[in-house]
Each structure stands twice: as C-alpha cells, then as structure tokens.
Design a protein around this ligand. Sequence first.
Ligand SMILES: Nc1nc2c(c(=O)[nH]1)N[C@@H](CN(C=O)c1ccc(C(=O)N[C@@H](CCC(=O)O)C(=O)O)cc1)CN2
Ligand code: GAR
Length: 300
Amino acid sequence: MNVISIEAQNLISGFYSVTKIPATQNTKNSFFTTSSFVQCHGWVPFKTHNCFASLSLKSIKQKIEPKTSVEKSGDTVSDKEGIKTTKKKKLAVFVSGGGSNFKAIHETCVAGSVHGEVVVLVTNKRGCGGAEYARNMGIPVILFPRAKDELDGLSSSDLVAALRRFEVHYILLAGYLKLLPVELIRAYPKSIVNIHPSLLPAFGGKGYYGMKVHKAVIASGARYSGATIHFVDEKYDTGKILAQRIVPVLPNDSAEDLAARVLQEEHKLYVEVTAALCEERIVWREDGVPLIQSKQNPTV
Ligand SMILES: Nc1nc2c(c(=O)[nH]1)N[C@@H](CN(C=O)c1ccc(C(=O)N[C@@H](CCC(=O)O)C(=O)O)cc1)CN2
Ligand SMILES: NCC(=O)N[C@@H]1O[C@H](COP(=O)([O-])[O-])[C@@H](O)[C@H]1O
C-alpha cells in the first residue's frame, strides 16, 4: 500500500507532502501615500516534537482538494531573462502590545526567508510597541477600531477598503485584543490567522489573553502548554486549527516563566506558518481541516 507519511516537523498538526509549490521572489517595496479615504489624523494610513502519522495515499488523495501547481496568472512576474517568479504576498499584521511576533515575521520577510511583505500594521493602541516598531520601519499604521471617545480610527468598512487598497493577501493577528468584525472576516475568507498562547481548544475564548492564559494553565495543573495558530472565525479562538507547538509546564513555573517558554515557540511557529501561507502550501482536507504541505518532502 502506498503511504505518504505525514510529517509534522516540530509541530503537532499535520504537514504532509503532495505537490510542491514553486515560489520565489520579489517585487519592489511600495510605500503608501496619504489618501483621502483613510482619515487617521496624522497617522500614516493611510518544533520540539517530530511526530509522524500515516494515511494511505488513496485516502489522502480523496480527502485533499487537488492543488494545482500552476500559478494564477496575476501572481507571477518575469525578470528580464523571462524567468517567472511569484510575487511576494502582501501581509497585514494586527497587534495590541509589544509586537514580538510581528517583529519576528517582519524580520524574516526582510531577510527573504518568508516570501512576504508586511504592507500595513493595524492596532487599537496607537502607542503600543508594535506600532512604534512599524513606524520606525516605515510601515503604515492604521488605528482600528475607532475608540468610543476618540475621533481617530477607522470603521469596519473603511478598514476593509484600506486593506483592499494595500492589496493585502493575508491578515495575521499577533496579540490583537479586539474581536474582529464579521464584515472583515467575510471579506477575507480562509485568509485570516491568529496566534494563541495555549493548546486550543483549551484555555481559549473571551477573557483568555496574555498572562491570563498562562495563569489559568498553571492553576489547572496541565503538564503541557504551547502555541496554536488557527484560522479566524466570528468568535474568539474557535476557528480551524492550522498548527501547534508544545512546551512542558514545569512544577515550579511562574506564569512569566511559562509565557516566555511559549513565546519562543510562537515566534518559530508564526514564521513557519507565514512562510507556508506565502508559498500557498495550505490545503483544506475534505472535513474542513487545514493542513500545511511540507516543503522538504513533496510527493514525487
Ligand atoms: N473574530 C475574531 N476576532 C479575534 C479572534 C478570533 O479568534 N476571532 N482572536 C483574538 C485574539 N484572542 C486570542 O487569541 C483574544 C483576544 C482578546 C480576547 C478578550 O477577551 N478580549 C477582551 C478585551 C481585552 C481588551 O480590550 O483589553 C474582551 O473582548 O472582553 C480574547 C481572545 C483577536 N480577535
Ligand atoms: N488571545 C490572544 C493572545 O493572548 N495573544 C498573545 O499575545 C501575545 C502577544 O505578544 P507579542 O505582542 O510580543 O507578539 C502572544 O503571546 C500571543 O500569543
């Protein structure tokens, strides 16, 4: 029986290899100029366990929507020798805090190991570390949502319009603490992911964010925790899980100790997932579960 091994290098959830996605490089950076439709008042708007599972080739093929290896015409550019390459995917990152996941993603995009470009940062906290970093990097910052007592910030429809204007392909939530509106979720189907600092579905949902998550994990006596990246739906943390990384919870861990251990894995996980998104290596199983195609071991 032919077997394709499902490899999850340092991940729990499934990588598997079917068809490789050729992909490389590059468009020039484009910077956003102020535009009348984005009124932002002075804002520039405008792992650790290898695990293997095996499914029969037949069952995988039946369950996986065939992935064409032909790039969509609009996604490719040709250099002067006529060599076709794929354009970088345009990314919007949403933060509310320090933005260490955002920085890890941005740095790997700039280094070229992730075939993407962060074209805009969205935050609800104008002074947060992530917004500061973005401004220092010349990345446009958008305030969303508009706070009740403030004039700054965009409405949901203006935000969708702004992201369209930036030609955003994927939205990456990285410590963003507000509920995304259904309007945005419907505008970007299967294109919005979030990172959560526990092994969902445990310790997720309303009220579970930041240190609150780690405190709850320790108080529960759980022996393992970790990071989860999932697709975003209309409720907090209930979208389809795409990838996870696991860490041990040690007997004398403080919430801060655990947070630091999980955060290290988050950075690796988010970079791996963003690379897979940008190389179009996400496929959807028949039952609606998303899988990451392994780059190392494509089917022959
Ligand atoms: N539509 C969605 N929006 C968001 C999701 C999601 O899955 N679907 N994920 C969150 C991120 N998140 C966990 O990963 C999360 C963020 C915030 C909360 C929460 O309880 N927030 C508080 C307000 C906190 C504050 O404003 O300081 C609340 O809503 O009362 C839970 C989970 C991002 N958006
Ligand atoms: N429920 C959402 C949530 O708790 N997200 C968490 O916020 C932190 C942001 O850190 P960062 O700003 O340094 O990337 C990360 O640990 C992320 O998992």
